[in-house]
Design a protein around this ligand. Structure first.
Ligand SMILES: Nc1ncnc2c1ncn2[C@@H]1O[C@H](COP(=O)(O)OP(=O)(O)OP(=O)(O)O)[C@@H](O)[C@H]1O
Ligand SMILES: [Mg+2]
Length: 442
């Protein structure tokens, strides 16, 4: 019978899975069958530590984000204040909301009860609140659901003990315009009546105005909290703590490579951390090297949900059509903090990728086509004919294009570094992500 696996502390202070007889590294003491089982166990430990598609659920798994957490905790602690949490897709909004809910329902259980409800395209004002009250342990009858209005909701929340922290995630998915108006009215009446419960509205948007539209203007008590992309140190923390949890060390060069390639989006830090960590385990190492990151890139791109969109954007019957090359040059072009670039900025990276200098007329048709639905409208354009500004419609697409370019050999890692450096990544993280700012470049 196979011996039960334990976790022991290595002589460098790391926890590594090990058999009961082992006093040092697992590789030094395993029979080959046990070795295979242990390897699988270590691979599973890496998969638990790096979760590219699952939002963080617990505070100890959350890297960085102290400024945003502090702002929210301050707002929630003020009676009559509500929160609008907004940011690009994939920056970690749900993770922060989860941690907040866990914090308030865990540490402060006797003071606050937290519920988190996801909005969907099918939802109305009534179904949102039906879900909220069900999660609060107050199921409503059909006729009570039909009667839900801002005043009715306010009355129900007024007597609630302990008060509630109500997180409504994915608000941008709501199609029902009345629901947004009624939610704004609800915040206003909760605030006017000093009801101690707090609403936290979460959604993909560049500004709270975009998130709740016209309705925001009437809500004075709405604290706006932006979720910027993560900084290089925050992304590095995901990697170092993730590796530590999986019983691995990671070389600083590997951390930096992943942090820069992630472009501020924690999804990619988890994705590359997962494959690089598992690569190290496969090779019987307990340290992740730069070469593990390089080997992780093809694995990260080939099964990604974005692959189909990428293929749609770049497909062509002609081998020299340059769609993949131009899109990669767009991904590497210098950008302003809002992600905008000009066609002129594409020339330098395109020269390196294509191996020859191409002027704007040679690729302006490609840019126009990237705006079209037939190519998935992967780019969007602002400005006027005298000067257009482009950016990726879905920010999560841009790092993918670079990873795919590396995987397909369109560019070498060394060439990529000419355009994507740790210093640039640190500067480009749009902390000052101005809502609705004009696309002013540099
Ligand atoms: N602070 C963090 N520390 C560690 N991992 C994080 C952090 N924030 C987010 N992540 C990870 O990044 C990925 C995306 O996070 P999350 O789903 O919370 O983003 P989101 O902004 O809600 O995305 P969407 O816009 O698609 O709803 C997840 O894998 C999550 O585990
Ligand atoms: Mg989310």
């Amino acid at each position: 019978m196979r011996e039960q696996m334990l976790e022991v502390k290595s002589n460098r202070g790391r926890i590594i899975p090990c058999c009961p007889n082992c006093v040092r590294y697992y590789t030094n003491c395993m029979s080959s069958s046990d070795n295979a089982a242990t390897k699988m166990q270590r691979i599973a430990a890496v998969a638990r530590a790096f979760t590219p598609v699952t939002p963080v659920g617990r505070l100890e798994m959350l890297a960085g984000r102290m400024p945003q957490l502090t702002d929210i905790v301050n707002a929630v602690s003020q009676s009559g204040q509500h929160v609008g949490l907004y940011g690009e897709r994939g920056v970690g909004k749900t993770s922060l909301a989860n941690v907040l809910a866990e914090f308030f329902s865990g540490a402060l259980q006797e003071h606050v009860q937290a519920v988190l409800v996801n909005c969907s395209t099918e939802d109305s004002y009534e179904t949102i609140w039906e879900n909220v009250f069900a999660d609060l342990g107050i199921p409503l009858h059909e006729d009570e659901v039909a009667a839900l209005s801002p005043e009715n909701v306010r009355r129900r929340l007024q007597g609630l003990k302990p008060p509630a922290l109500i997180v409504l995630d994915e608000l941008d998915r709501l199609n029902d315009d009345y629901a947004l108006t009624a939610l704004a009215d609800t915040m206003k009446t909760l605030s006017d009546h000093a009801v101690p419960s707090t609403l936290v509205l979460v959604g993909v948007a560049r500004s709270i105005g975009e998130l709740v539209g016209e309705h925001a203007s009437i809500v004075r008590a709405l604290v706006q909290i932006e979720m910027p992309r993560m900084s290089v140190p925050e992304l590095s923390e995901i990697l170092t703590t993730g590796c530590m949890r999986a019983g691995l060390d990671i070389q600083p060069a590997a951390v930096e490579e992943i942090a820069v390639l992630s472009e501020g989006l924690p999804h990619y830090a988890h994705l590359l951390g997962l494959h690089a960590g598992q690569g190290a385990v496969q090779n019987d190492r307990d340290e992740v090297h730069l070469r593990d990151v390089q080997a992780a890139i093809p694995k990260a791109v080939e099964r990604h949900t974005i692959l189909n969109d990428y293929q749609q954007a770049t497909r062509s019957a002609h081998r020299d059509a340059l769609f993949a090359e131009v899109l990669l040059a767009c991904a590497l072009a210098p950008k302003n903090p809002l992600g905008f670039f000009t066609s002129g900025a594409i020339r330098d990276p395109l020269e390196v990728i294509a191996g020859r200098r191409l002027e704007i007329p040679a690729f302006s048709n490609h840019l126009s086509q990237f705006l079209e639905p037939t190519r998935g409208a992967v780019l969007q354009r602002e400005g006027s004919k005298s000067r257009y500004f482009y950016r990726f419609t879905d920010p999560i697409f841009q790092p993918y294009v670079i990873l795919n370019g590396l995987s397909e050999g369109l560019i070498t890692d060394e060439q990529r570094r000419q355009f994507q450096t740790a210093e640039d990544a640190a500067e480009l993280i749009p902390g000052e992500f101005e809502p609705n700012a004009p696309p002013k470049l540099f």
